[in-house]
Ligand binder design. Structure first.
Ligand code: GRG
Length: 289
């Protein structure tokens, strides 16, 4: 078998696509059609791949991990559908196609998002528990709920909506990004290892790795927005890259990626895949994460 990290990711991406399709099949309704449109139309599958890579590194099987990975991807897709709505970020395009509400109308897009969020927890409730410790399943489900919920992603979204563009400070921006974007990435990195029964020291390292990877993910996205906005002459949306400027943002991106790398090194987590996720976010590389 080819052990190349890119080969591993292609293989897992394939399995994920089949599993996502499976969970969205068998029901012929407009809501499911909109859910399928939103989920199955591309996407890098960064969070579920992270969950699979972290779990398999510590010895969990793909069969155990796949439902959890799909649940996290469904939550992510719900957040994108709702984020694109006119009352939020008002985006007409997502993944190179009309966003869900542009294709199906607002009511159906709202329901498709709700459908994906609740389906995620239906899947978690039915997911197999690790044989070694049945309680780990509930713990993971609770941590996923916390990351997505009103103290996590939802709180982050509210902070984001309410930013005053003229009074942005890096600390409060970091707080927003940590909840809005990094939380789901962090819980993906941790959940796989938790389900595998990894030791607490490794879990803590993955918390740190996931947090910094998530912050870097957001900052990279901000930098791309800044460059696009500068090129198009459009008003630059408030973001961290705008406050810091390009060169300080690139420096901070390197710092955060360095912290993610050190979290793995300090605890001897030698995973080519987890390291590749860091490299993919490095400045100058095409974003494939
Ligand atoms: C509506 C409760 C609620 C939350 C929305 C995550 C989020 C919160 C909004 C997305 C806004 C955004 C563009 C953030 C930048 C980072 C990010 C999450 C980008 C999109 O994720 P990718 O790059 O998307 O993983 P793909 O298409 O690859 O799945």
């Amino acid at each position: 078998m080819n052990n190349h990290p890119e080969y591993y990711l292609d293989l897992k991406r394939n399995r994920l696509e089949k599993a996502l399709d499976y969970y969205l099949s068998g029901e012929d309704s407009p809501v499911f059609e909109a859910m399928r449109y939103a989920v199955l139309g591309g996407g890098k599958r960064f969070r579920p791949l992270l969950l699979l890579a972290s779990g398999e590194h510590f010895g969990a099987t793909e069969d155990l991990l796949l439902p959890y990975a799909c649940a996290v991807e469904f939550i992510h897709n719900y957040s994108l559908i709702h984020d694109d709505l006119p009352s939020m970020d008002d985006d007409d395009f997502r993944r190179g196609r009309p966003s869900c509400h542009k294709k199906f109308g607002e009511a159906l897009a709202l329901l498709a998002g709700d459908g994906l969020l609740t389906l995620a927890f239906e899947i978690l409730a039915a997911a197999p528990a690790p044989a070694s410790d049945q309680g780990l399943k509930t713990r993971v489900a609770a941590e996923v709920a916390m990351a997505a919920g009103p103290r996590g992603m939802i709180a982050g979204q509210w902070l984001d909506i309410n930013f005053d563009p003229d009074n942005l400070d890096p600390e409060s921006y970091r707080e927003m990004a940590s909840r809005k974007t990094a939380g789901l990435i962090r819980v993906s990195a941790v959940s796989g290892a938790r389900l595998a029964g990894a030791p607490e020291i490794a879990i803590q390292a993955l918390e740190k790795y996931g947090s910094y990877l998530g912050l870097a993910f957001q900052l990279r996205d901000d930098l791309q927005d800044l460059l696009q906005d500068q090129a198009s002459g459009k008003a630059i949306r408030p973001n961290l890259a705008r406050i810091l400027g390009r060169s300080a943002s690139l420096e901070l991106l390197e710092t955060w990626l360095g912290k993610a790398r050190r979290a793995l090194e300090e605890t001897d987590i030698n995973s080519d895949i987890l390291s590749l996720f860091i490299r993919q976010l490095q400045p100058g590389r095409e974003s494939q994460a």
